[in-house]
Ligand binder design. Structure first.
Ligand code: PXG
Length: 404
């Protein structure tokens, strides 16, 4: 393996000196990984309990995905969409069939896929629903996280995400999450879509009440409003189903996917929808140089096959239950609440015990990489290929940190 010869401290100094300060990472420099484990520059081993915010559901360096990538790297990597490539059609077909949708539009990052959904909803509103030009409204929820573009942060309720980045795009309405009546009241004849996360991940693993998604799906249907589900974080097995909406049979009109679709190798995202919606896009309306490139399609195909063929959703359901039960047995005065679904678990630290960050730092010292979200919550979201005995290993250390 090629090494830089620099220590973790020196590498962090370089990053601090030469890169923008838009993150506050834990002070660990990872240089190698396998499945649920990563190693720092000095050779110390850690368990990855974050999975790059659920982009590594299949585990680090998943052999099948790496082999698919290597094979494709020897053959064809980029064509742009000016020409067809032989990986594109088969991947689109497989993704549609697995997701139960008719058509897909491939992009790269999550935020781009969300932008694509917003454009689809607006154009559908004008061309199909009959909304007057430039009047389309899209409803979103407070405490949402859908990405970092100027349009998306424009409808964030998080002051820091917006501060200094205006002016923002009009046409968005914020309502409280988990409030069906608020949705009913917010809908007007100009409403084209409702964009929502099945579980609010970045907000701190916030779970809506049972029945919420099913009810909002009905409200959207009754009002001819597109239900757009952002399953970028909750999708592809993470919560114990392929998609989190399956728990309530709340099939979306527009399904937004990303993260684990790239198998931890490559950014692959997209939206899926019925043809009636997708067909509002005509050549030149939308696109991306890298969206649907052959390397992304080869990687995405194998990434999705691993999830389906190895039944990772069932693993997440089973091991998520096991992990959560183990966490619940820890009788720590610092725990406010434990919540989640499958292997997307949030452990909220009591305000009186201070923020979650120092707990994450102590976990790191014991060999577990987890990250706080929203000050009080530690997120536990290991790759879905984690073993039961590895969860036991983690629980022992988590207990040590929480009982100190
Ligand atoms: N939707 C959801 C639900 C997400 O969790 C995005 C959209 C945006 O995806 P991209 O690929 O554009 O990041 C996310 C991303 C970060 C960060 O570092 C991002 C996420 C979670 C935590 C940190 O900006 N989720």
């Amino acid at each position: 393996m090629e090494k830089t010869g620099l220590s973790s401290g020196e590498l962090i100094d370089l990053a601090e000196s030469y890169s923008a300060h838009n993150y506050h990472p834990l002070p660990v420099v990872i240089s190698k990984a396998e499945r649920v484990w990563v190693w720092d520059v000095e050779g110390k081993k850690y368990m990855d309990m974050l999975s790059s915010y659920s982009a590594l559901n299949q585990g680090h360096l998943n052999k099948r995905i790496i082999n698919a990538a290597k094979a494709q790297l020897e053959r064809l990597t980029l064509t742009s969409r000016a020409f067809h490539n032989d990986r594109f059609g088969p991947f689109c077909e497989y993704l549609c069939k697995v997701a139960g949708q008719e058509s897909v539009l491939l992009m790269n990052t999550g935020a781009e896929a969300v932008e694509t959904a917003l454009k689809a909803a607006r154009k559908w509103g004008y061309r199909v629903k009959g909304v007057e030009d430039d009047r389309a409204e899209i409803i979103t929820c407070r405490n949402n996280f859908h990405g970092r573009t100027t349009t998306i942060v424009g409808f964030s309720s998080e002051e820091q995400y917006r501060d200094g980045f205006g002016p923002f795009s009009p046409g968005f309405k914020l309502i409280p999450y988990n409030d069906v009546d608020a949705l009913k009241q917010a809908i007007t004849p100009n409403t084209v879509g409702f964009l929502v996360e099945p579980i609010q991940g970045e907000a701190g693993i916030i779970m809506p009440d049972e029945g919420y998604l099913k009810q909002v799906a009905a409200v959207c249907r009754d009002n001819n409003v597109l239900l757009m589900l952002d399953e970028i974080q909750t999708g592809l097995g993470r919560t114990g189903k392929l998609f989190c909406y399956e728990y309530e049979g709340a099939t979306p009109d527009v399904l937004i996917v990303g993260k684990a679709l790239g198998g931890g190798v490559f950014p692959v995202s997209g939206i899926l929808a019925r043809k009636e919606i997708m067909d509002v896009f005509t050549p030149g309306d939308h696109g991306s140089t890298f969206g649907g490139n052959p390397l992304a399609c080869a990687v995405g195909m194998e990434a999705l096959k691993v999830i389906v063929e190895e039944d990772l959703p069932a693993r997440a359901a089973d091991l998520g239950g096991y992990f959560t039960e183990g966490l619940r047995r820890i009788e720590s005065p610092h725990i406010e609440e434990i919540r989640g679904r499958g292997l997307l678990i949030g452990l909220e630290i009591r305000e009186t015990s201070g923020p979650a960050r120092p707990f994450c730092e102590k976990l790191k010292d014991l060999g577990i990489l987890a990250k706080e979200t929203h000050h009080q919550v530690i997120r536990f979201a290991p790759p879905l290929v984690i073993l039961r005995e590895e969860i036991d290993w983690a629980l022992e250390r988590i207990e040590k940190v929480l009982m100190a």
